[in-house]
Design a binder for this molecule. Structure first.
Ligand code: ADP
Length: 555
């Protein structure tokens, strides 16, 4: 009932009824009154004619009684005047006509003596008005009935419309929210029905569009989240629009990123900020190298592009972490430099002594043999560097991979001991084979023997005359076996310990070269052992000796 549609419908119906009835009332009342007046005039005129004729046919001296008698019969007032207009008789003497409206008619006739008389018949218009009023009353009663009917029709119509409109409204408001998407009832072919159908079509299209957008954004989100590159999008005020997990990891952002947080609150990196600002100012893409203190000094190749956002232009940065690449590149460069350096010394010696011999030293019987021996030693050195490099590169490239097998540690240790025996004897170093338990490990035979041999050779090479090398094999834990090689040699300075497994690293270069070392032995050991899922540990005391422990998983 509160519905404004109902009120509007009601008011317009009432207004229409009032206007129609007002007009009808006006014309009908006037018409009725006129009609009544005309009828009265016609009656009076007929009566006047008849009375005039009657007076001529039956002249009478007693005009007073004649008018009274005939006035009663004709239900009018009858007045008689002489030729000059003087009243001679009146059915209602003394009454004036001034109070009411009257209809009257005059007829000429003759008196008994032949003198002209005027006969006037008059009747009040009261009856006419009463008839008009009766008409008006009927009109009013009809109007009231029509108004009640209009109220009822307006109420019923508006209730029907209202229900359908409320239904459409609810549908329009909730069709996207889950569960509430009930289609409106479309049971009519009127405008509301067609509006409902349009809404339904529109809702289906919007639902499909939203679904497509959701899918698209989920797909994009998945791609961006799984990207190895850090992705960061900011608006023109450097507020973060989004950033992916890789970016958060790189800049150590642990909390979840609140919407539109200022980038400064998240990452304090002047380099990144400068680059973003430049792209925001120029609108041009940018690709630069970025070394970021905020990201633990890691290096990035940063590609920054302008981004159109709802609030203007922004920027999107894609950070490709090249720290490892740079490190590998550096390692490669160092390696090449080291290899060249290592090769240069023996090559220079060979070239130099060959020239000396060619320039006449060949005839020098006292020295020529010595020179040739030097040349031979350096050639041997070149050969061992080459073979060590080969072994190392084989290990790194994963060649000779194959599945690890069950290897007897005892056999591997004995084989290595046998090989090193001659060298130990030459240097007067005693090898003590301690507690060597019969254990089997999962390993590659060649790699394992090579690693053990390298460790034993070092223990002999960097030992003192009459020194000792002690070897044992023990079960260090329920599923691990350890080969422990202890020597009584020079020992390794504490600060050098972390570096001895690097390629070409030697604590004492001169000494290493003198004993025929290449600086690659321990790198090979480390590689070989790690490839077999093992570990290598070292302890050392300068001047006292070193202890290398190889730990391997038991088969
Ligand atoms: P090298 O070919 O020079 O032996 P390694 O990689 O095998 O190269 O060893 C690296 C360096 O570690 C050696 O030059 C040496 O200074 C030191 N080192 C290795 N093993 C021992 C050891 N048992 N005692 C003392 N120093 C050692």
């Amino acid at each position: 009932m509160n519905s404004s549609i109902f009120r509007k419908l009601l008011w317009s119906a009432l207004l229409l009824i009032a206007a129609t009835l007002g007009t009808v009332d006006f014309y009908l009342t006037r018409y009725t009154r006129q009609q009544q007046a005309d009828n009265l005039a016609a009656r009076l005129s007929v009566e006047a004619g008849m009375l005039g004729a009657d007076l001529i046919a039956h002249p009478t001296r007693d005009l007073s009684s004649w008018v009274k008698k005939n006035a009663l019969l004709a239900r009018t007032r009858i007045s008689v005047f002489d030729g000059s207009g003087k009243p001679l008789a009146d059915s209602e003497p003394g009454e004036s006509n001034s109070q009411d409206a009257f209809s009257y008619i005059e007829a000429r006739t003759r008196a008994i003596d032949g003198s002209p008389l005027a006969l006037r018949l008059s009747a009040p218009l009261k009856e006419t008005n009463m008839a008009a009023n009766a008409v008006r009353l009927r009109i009013l009663a009809t109007s009231f009935g029509a108004a009640v009917f209009a109220l009822l029709v307006a109420f019923l119509l508006s209730r029907g419309f209202n229900r359908r409109i409320v239904q459409l409204k609810r549908f329009a408001e909730t069709f996207l929210s889950a569960g509430a998407a009930r289609d409106p009832v479309i049971d009519s072919s009127d405008e509301l029905g067609s509006l409902g159908r349009s809404l339904q079509r529109m809702a289906a299209q919007i639902r499909e569009l939203v679904e497509r957008l959701n899918l698209e954004s989920a797909r994009r989100e998945a791609i961006i989240s799984s990207m190895a590159e850090g992705v960061l999008a900011v608006d023109h005020q450097l507020h973060v629009i989004f950033c992916n997990p890789a970016f958060q990891r790189a800049f150590d952002v642990r909390t979840s990123v609140p919407e539109r947080v200022s980038l400064l609150e998240l990452v304090r990196d002047s380099g990144l900020l400068t680059m973003l600002n430049r792209v925001l100012e120029t609108g041009e893409p940018l690709k630069e190298h970025l070394q970021s203190p905020a990201a633990g000094n890691r290096s990035f190749e940063a590609q920054i592009n302008p981004l159109a956002t709802s609030s203007g232009t922004g920027a999107i940065a894609i950070l490709h972490d090249i720290t490892d690449l740079e490190r590998l590149e550096q390692i490669r460069k160092d390696f090449v430099a080291n290899v060249s350096h290592e090769l240069r010394t023996p090559l220079a010696a060979i070239t130099g002594y060959t020239e000396t011999l060619l320039e006449g030293a060949m005839e020098d019987t006292q020295n020529n043999r010595k020179f040739l021996e030097i040349i031979q030693n350096n050639a041997v050195r070149l050969t061992s560097i080459a073979s060590d490099l080969l072994v190392l590169s084989e290990m790194e490239s994963g060649a000779a991979r194959g599945e690890p097998q069950c290897i007897s540690l005892q056999e591997a240790v004995d084989s290595a001991l046998q090989t090193v025996e001659a060298e130990a004897n030459a240097r007067n170093v005693h090898i003590v084979r301690g507690n060597v338990q019969a254990l089997e490990v999962r390993a590659h035979r060649v790699r394992l023997e090579q690693a053990l041999l390298n460790l034993l050779v070092n223990a002999v090479k960097f030992n003192r005359p009459d020194g000792e090398v002690h070897v044992e094999v023990i079960r260090s834990s329920p599923n691990q076996a350890s080969v422990v090689i202890t020597d009584t040699g020079l020992g390794i300075p504490y600060e050098d310990l972390p570096r001895i497994f690097e390629r070409f690293y030697r604590v004492d270069k001169a000494r290493s070269r003198q004993v025929g070392g290449t600086g690659l032995g321990l790198s090979i050991v480390k590689h070989a052992i790690e490839r077999m899922n093992g570990r290598i540990l070292v302890e050392s005391q300068l001047g006292r000796g070193s202890k290398f422990t190889v730990v391997l998983p038991i088969a």
